[in-house]
Design a protein. Sequence first.
Length: 446
Amino acid sequence: MFRRILIANRGEIALRILRACHEMDIEVVCVYSKADADAPYLRLADRAICIGEAPARDSYLNISRLISAAEIADVDAIHPGYGFLAERADFSAICRDCKIAFIGPSPEAMAKLGDKVECKRTAKAAKVPVFPGSEGAIEDEEEAVKVADDIGYPVIIKASAGGGGRGMRVCRNEASLRSNIKAAQQEALAAFGNGAVFIEKFLEHARHVEIQTLGDSHGNAIHLFERDCSVQRRHQKLIEESPAPGVDRKKIAAVGEGAARLIKAANYCGAATVEFLMDEKQNFYMLEVNTRVQVEHPVTEMVTGTDIVKLSILVAAGEHLPLKQKDVELRGHAIECRINAEDPDRNFMPSAGLIDTWQVPGGLGVRVDSHVVQGYRVPPNYDSMVGKLICHAEDRPKCVARTARALREFVVGPIKTTIPLQLRLMEQSEFRTGAVDIHYLERLLK
Ligand code: ADP
């Protein structure tokens, strides 16, 4: 097993990984930018190294500084967390060249699943359901029109190298497709350095259902069932839960097996999430694969009784997955609320600054993953998430009640957070019946 790991990240996920390492008797090296110099979790690290100024490109995104820190601290492995460098195949490759284990997939596996066109091809071969649409990248306007005629409007144009909800255009007729295709290619080239775009069927009413998977370096791959992340605003998830309410369990098991086949086909080692949209008839269509641990991984940990971060460290060290598919069982229901320092009443304006009140909920079935303590100052430079509330109970109604109770106990000030909005959601009948689609939150906020 690794002796010492460097965590190339910050905030709650840095603390989450640190906790897993310490329980495994692994020393932790944290890195930090000047904006995070007072972050309380740094005191828990065995060593903390400043890697630069506040802007991420000078610190958390700066590969040479991270590698220098890793070499100075003599670590065996780097954990990238999520965001920042987590999905950069070149970072995974540089770690390998420097003989530092990257806790995540090889650059080859990351490239195979990270590029949307390539991923769709691999998924099709693994018999994973994908959206009807173009086989590969679209060459010209005529080809685009032919594909759209075959699958029917509306269609969506997407960038193969796209991400973060950018580079997508919905077209409802031929005229709109013709006028958008070239612009989409140019925009993709400018934004992602790769002009490849493809077309797929656009679903009007869908739920976001994703499958957590894990693979090891010995060809084993399993899934840990699903998370429903339909409560979103501008493609940003706000609430996630498992299991997905009302979904046929046989169907999910089959989709899960498909997701496991896909990561096995890519020789994937570590944790990955295969994202799908699900239509009203519970047909699944793969969106993309996230080749890293996700923000919402605790939801799956609560219902499966696993520790996804520890498991990904184990497999990165070359061990076999200690779980077989038949060992994975769902128990009860879990809901996660992302607590963001944003003001939902002011169009989610960021609300950075001093937190002088931070009173966290507790009690049976309540987990708070956060790096914040009273007196912490939220730096304006990074993501606005200040923590996650994860509740677990025997069934969904009890879990909704527990989450509402915990949200009422959660007092944060004077900064604004998403807590009041999440509490409101727990009280909505649509949410309580469990059938909200990806546009639900935007309708509620109108
Ligand atoms: P990104 O990598 O930018 O996050 P995704 O492919 O994951 O892109 O899509 C992001 C979001 O865009 C989805 O969660 C969904 O809300 C919407 N979307 C993407 N593809 C479709 C589609 N074919 N039909 C309907 N909505 C879609």
